[in-house]
Design a protein around this ligand. Structure first.
Ligand SMILES: C[S@@+](CC[C@H](N)C(=O)[O-])C[C@H]1O[C@@H](n2cnc3c(N)ncnc32)[C@H](O)[C@@H]1O
Length: 232
């Protein structure tokens, strides 16, 4: 198996992540409502294709797509285990579903033109220069009337990466009370070793440099965001 360290580390804490989602500690509920509203508004009059990068088990995204006029869904993730779970979670979609075990940057580079490109809590694994490349590729693969939906953690403006790691772990330990100490430790361990979130302003500047315009998104919490971009 060809898993990146980030993906391997993540799946050692997969069950814990499921608890985090169930308790809405990362604001998936608020983000999900905004994602569905954005998709509905953008694709009110037509069916659309979706590329989901770092789709994981698609447990949070699949329900948001139900009832929308989906033309096709393609998901990419490095984890075979996650993709196996995704098959079941996506089974209610009324459109062709394709899942590929691949690095998501490779999947993006090889993708055909898409109406919607979605990535959730995955981009922060990439170093800064690769995030710029992500936006460049996304701009290239997005239909002119398409939408890029980016859900991720961001650092506060002026917050250093070590400060973010320290403060996120402290916040997690004080707020994620449904997790035991071992589970909290494993998330902190994972994020200190793998997470490279950027300030929102940097991501927006990279997107603008790639030819995308920023649309109003949602920040239900200072570090957790939905960012929306469209071709200019
Ligand atoms: C925190 S999970 C998020 C899963 C899902 N998108 C969600 O929001 O619930 C991050 C996912 O990104 C995947 N991942 C991380 N780096 C990746 C890469 N370079 N290529 C493909 N998948 C990657 C992991 O395997 C994992 O499934």
């Amino acid at each position: 198996m060809n898993h990146s360290p980030a993906a391997v580390g993540f799946f050692q804490v997969w069950d814990t992540y499921a608890k985090v989602v169930a308790s809405n500690y990362m604001f998936h509920r608020e983000l999900g409502e905004a994602i569905r509203a954005a998709l509905r508004a953008r694709f009110a009059e037509r069916s659309f294709s979706v590329l989901d990068l770092g789709c994981g088990d698609a447990a949070t995204f699949a329900p948001l797509l139900e009832g929308l006029a989906l033309e096709s869904y393609e998901g990419a993730d490095l984890s075979e285990a996650a993709l196996t779970l995704a098959i079941k979670n996506l089974s209610r979609l009324n459109c062709p579903v394709e899942l590929v075990r691949s690095d998501f940057m490779k999947a993006l580079a090889e993708s055909s033109l898409k109406d919607a490109i979605y990535t959730s809590f995955a981009l922060h694994h990439l170093p800064t220069d690769q995030k710029a490349e992500f936006f460049r590729l996304a701009a290239e693969k997005l239909d002119r009337a398409g939408l890029l939906l980016l859900v991720d953690v961001t650092r506060e403006e002026g917050e250093s990466l070590p400060a973010y790691h320290r403060d996120y772990c402290a916040w997690l330990r004080s707020s994620m009370n449904a997790l035991n100490h071992e589970e909290q430790d494993s998330i902190c361990d994972h994020l200190v070793n793998n997470d490279l979130p950027e300030p929102y302003s940097l991501l927006a500047a990279q997107a603008e440099a790639a030819g995308l315009k920023t649309l109003p998104g949602l920040a239900p919490h200072k570090w957790h965001r939905l960012m929306l971009f469209a071709p200019r």
